[in-house]
Design a protein around this ligand. Structure first.
Ligand SMILES: [Zn+2]
Ligand SMILES: [Zn+2]
Length: 500
């Protein structure tokens, strides 16, 4: 129990005025560790101990069992209990809030030290009505300090690397430092404001809290002291964040008196969301870059089946020494064609049928029946049908049709992922849909998984370019995919090696 204005020890005094500075006080203003402080009757010295949450007497006013006089808590003489050190009479200790007495630097280092090794006691020392602003000031100071100190070694190496001949000029350095400072500011604000908000929301969702958002901001703001480990060169960055997470969890748990599990969940919510967001953003960019982006066009859902099938062919090649399947129906076994299921309960559209065409599963011959029969069969029955299909395939094909797709991977070494070689072309089955119009879209899938959209009117020119490339690789030319039907696969011209 220290004077709030001069830090003078106020034990064992009947007078309610600080002898040092004249400040008036009442014991009930202070919070004590329950059972650690001795309250003595001012009339008969009978001793009582405070058992309330704030270490106060319960009830606050009563008749003394020693002398029978009516006494109140604020009338009594207070002293640390037997064998209790003065610093243990408070439930916590919060050096930062006593920086006027301790000195700002000392208070800063002591608070950092407690955030590292005694986070529970540190948070217990933050009064419920303490200012949020002070915790944010502390959080900003420590976070910025860690960022500057931790960045000095890598930054110095960067600068030395760019100062040499042909290095970055003064203007480049200014831009670089601008980004460094901007990044630091954004990170600091996110960590000290957004993190506690997400954590508090998680606490609300998982069962609510007695205390408000202020308390969560204080817990995470003061826990930032534990992040100083991150500033230690070399190994600091690997354990600093972990130490911080543990301290923040303990402090949120102390602040809200919730279970360790709920505290951990709430503290981890924001970091996990951030990681998921980064992964999603990276995947979307990679996806956009590998599909159409490389050809200057945007991705559209119509390209999906072509990309799925091109990917399935290339994956099949990886599993089979660079060779693609003899027939596309084999792809149904390789597990690479996505959400299409054989269950039949939810009729997901087959990837061999392009959305918007008249082609149905009954139009695709498989074994002794059609794909419509095939999807309803057991796995072993399907294996039998695939064998029947493969046995019926003539040798020497360069392309075959399955549904709305013409497969052109025969003879292609799929292990090279050649971005110029066609492996599959989406051109609706002419037996069902009739011949395409010049403006109809055609999707070409490459051995590099990429998909290129053209119109059928551009087919002759695209095909000539493709066949020139194939000739350069010693491969036979492809015919117009519209001429490739289920009944008439394409063969290499008979001039070369004999083929069926
Ligand atoms: Zn005083
Ligand atoms: Zn008494």
């Amino acid at each position: 129990m220290r004077c709030t204005s001069c830090n003078y020890a106020l034990w064992n005094m009947a007078d309610r005025t600080c002898p040092e500075c004249g400040e008036i006080f009442q014991p009930s203003q202070f919070t004590f560790a329950p059972g650690r402080v001795r309250f003595s009757c001012p009339h008969c010295d009978e001793v009582y101990y405070g058992t309330s949450e704030r270490g106060h007497l319960q009830p606050a006013e009563f008749e003394c069992v020693g002398c029978g006089q009516r006494i109140a808590m604020d009338d009594m003489l207070l002293s640390p209990g037997d064998g209790v050190r003065e610093q243990d009479t408070t439930p916590g200790s919060m050096p930062w809030l006593q920086r006027q007495h301790r000195g700002v630097l000392m208070a800063l280092f002591q608070t950092i030290g407690m955030a590292l090794v005694r986070p529970r006691r540190l948070m217990s020392g933050v009064p419920a009505d303490a200012s949020v602003g002070e915790s944010l000031v502390f959080g900003v100071i420590t976070t910025v300090a860690v960022y500057l100190v931790g960045g000095i070694v890598p930054l110095a190496m960067w600068i030395m690397g760019f100062m040499g001949p042909g290095g970055m000029g003064g203007w480049g350095m200014a831009v670089f430092f601008g980004y460094y400072i901007l990044f630091g500011a954004v990170t600091t604000v996110s960590v000290l404001l957004i993190w506690p908000m997400v954590a508090h929301l998680a606490l609300r969702i998982t069962g609510g809290t007695e205390q408000g958002l202020d308390r969560t901001i204080q817990a995470i703001g003061y826990s930032a002291g534990a992040n100083v480990i991150s500033a230690v060169p070399c190994f600091g960055m690997y354990i600093g964040w972990l130490w911080w997470l543990v301290s923040a969890t303990v402090m949120v748990q102390t602040a809200h008196r919730v279970s360790p599990g709920r505290a951990a969940l709430s503290v981890l919510a924001a970091p996990l969301l951030a990681i998921v967001t980064v992964i999603v953003v990276i995947n979307i960019s990679v996806f956009a870059a590998t599909t159409g982006g490389a050809f200057g066009g945007g991705w559209n859902p119509q390209q999906q089946n072509t990309m799925t099938l091109a990917g399935a062919i290339v994956n099949y090649g990886w599993q089979n020494a660079g060779n693609g399947p003899e027939h596309a129906v084999e792809l149904t076994l390789s597990g690479n064609i996505g959400p299409w299921t054989f269950a039949g309960a939810t009729p997901a559209p087959s990837p061999f049928l392009q959305p918007g065409t008249k082609t149905t599963e009954s139009d695709l011959p498989v074994g002794t029946g059609s794909l419509a029969d095939f999807v309803k069969m057991s796995r072993s029955a399907r294996l039998g049908e695939i064998k029947t299909t493969l046995d019926a395939q003539p040798a020497g094909r360069v392309a075959h049709r399955f549904g709305d797709f013409v497969f052109t991977h025969h003879g292609v070494d799929l292990s090279t992922q050649d971005p110029s070689l066609w492996v599959v072309v989406m051109l609706p089955d002419p037996d069902v849909n009739g011949p395409p119009a010049a403006v109809d879209p055609v999707y070409i899938g490459y051995a590099s998984y990429q998909v290129h959209e053209i119109t059928y009117g551009a087919m002759a020119q695209e095909l000539a370019t493709q066949n020139q490339y194939r000739t350069g690789l010693g491969m036979p030319p492809l015919p117009d995919p519209v001429t490739v039907t289920h009944g008439t696969p394409a063969f290499a011209p008979a001039t070369g090696s004999p083929s069926q």
